[in-house]
Design a protein around this ligand. Structure first.
Ligand code: NI
Length: 248
């Protein structure tokens, strides 16, 4: 099952079947066609408002379905979510899941050229970290935020490094070979669009990908997922509760 939240790449498809009724007047009916009114600014404005509402609803509905799908994955397949991975950090040093075994991982998959969703999720991650650090005792220094890049073509170590400067200093940015990244993503059931079909010189593309944060315990066990709809407050409360329970 593919567990995916809204893609970074937003696609809107028109309904394939515009159910147009055959024109009843065509057979020579009595009523003459009304003269068409010109499009007024008011009706245009109204169309924009309605359109915007539909877009918002579309996003919300997609998010809600993903949460449902993820809940099913979690309740039916908890043991199969997560697993070992081998990647490299921004220094080019090998990193595995075991590298984080002294604490919890807050794990997210994305790419640095993502126009808006990944940056806002990383900002959220930073806020969660600030809150956890401020809250002290239970979670202090026990959670490491981890960003795994899905973009092997463009996310070089230098690119990751300069990108990382915009976010919380604790975030670990990881990358790997296409096979390593794919294996890590597969372990967490992260969907992402295939960039292997691109031409070698193609550098202008977006990666459609799941938007989920995972909390992973020191023994590598998946604990909890958070979607775009999860607020900083909810994430902090949940993480604190999970860590506190394990410490008790
Ligand atoms: Ni993204």
């Amino acid at each position: 099952m593919r567990a995916r939240t809204g893609p970074c790449l937003r696609r809107f498809s028109k309904p394939a079947n515009q159910n147009t009724k055959p024109d009843a007047a065509a057979g020579g009916s009595a009523t003459p066609p009304k003269p068409r009114l010109p499009v007024t600014w008011t009706s245009l404005g109204l169309a924009v408002v309605i359109g915007g509402g539909l877009v918002a609803y579309y996003q919300y509905e997609k998010e809600r379905r993903t949460t449902q799908a993820m809940s099913k994955v979690v309740s039916y397949g908890k043991p199969s979510l997560g697993g070992p991975f081998t990647l490299v950090n921004m220094e080019g040093e090998p990193v595995t899941d075991a590298s984080f075994a002294d604490g919890y991982m807050l794990l997210y998959f994305g790419f640095t050229y993502c126009p808006d969703i990944c940056p806002s999720e990383l900002v959220k991650m930073g806020k969660i970290m600030e809150r956890l650090d401020a809250d002290g005792a239970v979670t202090k220094d026990k959670v490491t935020p981890v960003f795994v890049s899905l973009d092997c073509k463009r996310d070089s170590l230098a690119q990751l490094k300069s990108y990382s400067e915009d976010f919380h200093p604790k975030v670990e940015f990881l990358i790997g070979s296409p096979g390593q990244v794919e294996a890590a993503a597969r372990a967490y059931r992260v969907y992402f669009s295939d960039t292997n079909e691109l031409e070698d010189d193609d550098t202008d593309y977006l990666i459609d990908h799941s938007i989920v944060m995972y909390l992973v315990s020191p023994d590598g066990e998946f604990q909890q997922f958070f979607t775009q709809l999860s607020s900083v407050q909810e994430c902090v409360e949940r993480i604190t509760a999970i860590v506190a329970e394990a410490e008790a």
